[in-house]
Design a protein around this ligand. Structure first.
Ligand SMILES: [Zn+2]
Length: 448
């Protein structure tokens, strides 16, 4: 791959040091080789040149928790709390076919790219047939996005249809076939996990997952303490104070684990998250949509817990927009604490970049603009009426910028979006296919 130079941009590297400067970034073979202020000193002859005038250059955003196919289920069940909502979502397993997963996931990837996401974690939990997971992975790979595919398991639960309840050994064989087909690397890695403990997982499964993940050296993704009803379940059925405490008992709180939501966690459980090095994916829009509650994000950050940001699936968010999610994350903590200064915009932006990369085990790969990291970069046009004039660039990226301001998206040095035009994918065709898939799915669900 030849060289690439992005120049005349305002660089926001998102390292621990809070800084922004006018400069350039050079890329060779998909890796950042130079980050500098002003203009490039050496010749850029032969490089592909991208002019970042009027734009801020950020590390690509990391969506740490989503279910891509759910773009086909936008605004279908939007007035239900978690348990009745989950009953409907799980019930979709009887209607979903592998082609729905491919088509829906590809549309979700297009929305992600257009909104400046370069890495996502697909938390996969509905597999009426093994091809559903394969087709989701195929869509992600076709898109060019960097991804972690977390193939999780359910083995019990009154609201879980039999077609997606799995014996641990059978589920592990399916995951092994995914691992055998795809070479794990920086572009695509795998995780497993209990889907929503304890409402759809037995203690035996939790134990077996720890053993399997260790054997395969893969991480853990789980929905954790999303609503009060889940915590009531863990108290009644397991005599534990909370879901984090239960997972800790089985060794599932660990540095390569990501606990999505973590809304209803106690002070002691926050200490456990810190002590075990477990990361959290905060999904504020989804939490608000389902009326779950407010995750103790400020408390977790103060205790040193790594917090990432996720959209969650479009069935509980309506979109895959991480700019929306950043703004929601900021405002939700302000109103919850009734303190306008409770969270810094830079902290929110770190959650959507470096925090997400760390949560997914990709700290050495992406999440900041630094020499040696993969070139996952986005140019966001701030020269627009809703972004100008700039007084505080970090606040304005979080509170003013929109997904539609994303001009250019680069993953691994490959330009996936150039001046808002997709280079790899045909969004008109993908959208047309998704409409057909949606119609078919609604008929199968008898909702049309
Ligand atoms: Zn989720």
């Amino acid at each position: 791959m030849s060289g690439l130079t992005i120049q005349n941009a305002t660089i926001v590297p998102m390292t621990e040091e809070r800084q922004s400067f006018a400069g350039y970034v050079r890329v060779r073979d998909g890796v950042i080789t130079e980050v500098g202020s002003g203009a490039p000193r050496d010749s850029t002859n032969g490089d592909q040149l991208i002019d970042g005038s009027g734009c801020v250059l950020l590390p690509g955003l990391v969506n740490a928790h989503t279910h891509l196919y759910q773009v086909l289920l936008r605004a279908v069940w939007e007035d239900l709390e978690l348990m009745p909502w989950l009953r409907r979502i799980y019930g979709c397993a009887r209607a979903l076919r592998p082609e729905h997963f491919y088509t829906g996931s590809l549309l979700g990837c297009v929305e992600a790219i257009r909104g400046g996401v370069t890495t996502l974690c697909e938390h996969n939990f509905l597999n009426p047939s093994p091809d559903c997971a394969f087709e989701t992975v195929r869509a992600i790979q076709d898109s060019g996005l960097r991804a972690v595919f977390a193939r999780t398991i359910m083995d019990t639960g009154e609201i879980v249809p039999d077609c997606v309840k799995e014996k641990p050994d059978a589920a592990f064989r399916h995951i092994e076939s995914l691992l055998a087909k795809h070479k794990s690397g920086a572009d695509l890695t795998f995780m497993t996990g209990p889907n929503t403990p304890p409402i759809n997982t037995t203690p035996e499964l939790l134990k077996e997952i720890r053993r399997f993940a260790d054997a395969k050296t893969i991480g853990i993704s789980a929905h954790v303490a999303e609503s009060r009803s889940v915590v009531e379940c863990v108290r009644q059925q397991h005599g534990k104070a909370g879901v984090v405490e239960l997972l800790h008992q089985f060794g599932l709180a660990a540095p390569n684990s990501i606990f999505a939501h973590s809304v209803h966690v106690s002070k002691d459980e926050i200490a456990l998250l810190k002590q075990t090095g477990t990361s959290v994916s905060h999904n504020p829009v989804s939490n608000m949509m389902l009326g779950d509650g407010v995750a103790p994000v400020v408390e977790m950050l103060r205790q040193g817990v790594n917090v990432a940001l996720g959209t969650d699936g479009a069935a509980s968010n309506h979109s895959q927009d991480l700019f929306d999610t950043m703004k929601a994350a900021s405002l939700l903590q302000k109103v919850h604490h009734q303190d306008a200064g409770i969270i810094e915009p830079y902290a929110v932006l770190r959650m959507a970049t470096a925090g997400g990369a760390k949560a997914l085990g990709l700290s050495s790969v992406c999440g900041t603009i630094e020499v040696g990291k993969r070139a996952d970069l986005i140019l966001v046009n701030l020269d627009t009426v809703h972004n100008q004039p700039i007084n505080d660039i970090f606040s304005q990226i979080v509170h003013c910028a929109k997904a539609s301001d994303v001009q250019t998206v680069i993953v691994n040095g490959e330009v996936l979006l150039k001046d808002r035009v997709l280079t790899r994918l045909d969004d008109k065709r993908i959208l047309a296919d998704a409409k057909i898939a949606n119609h078919d799915l609604m008929e199968r669900l008898e909702l049309s």
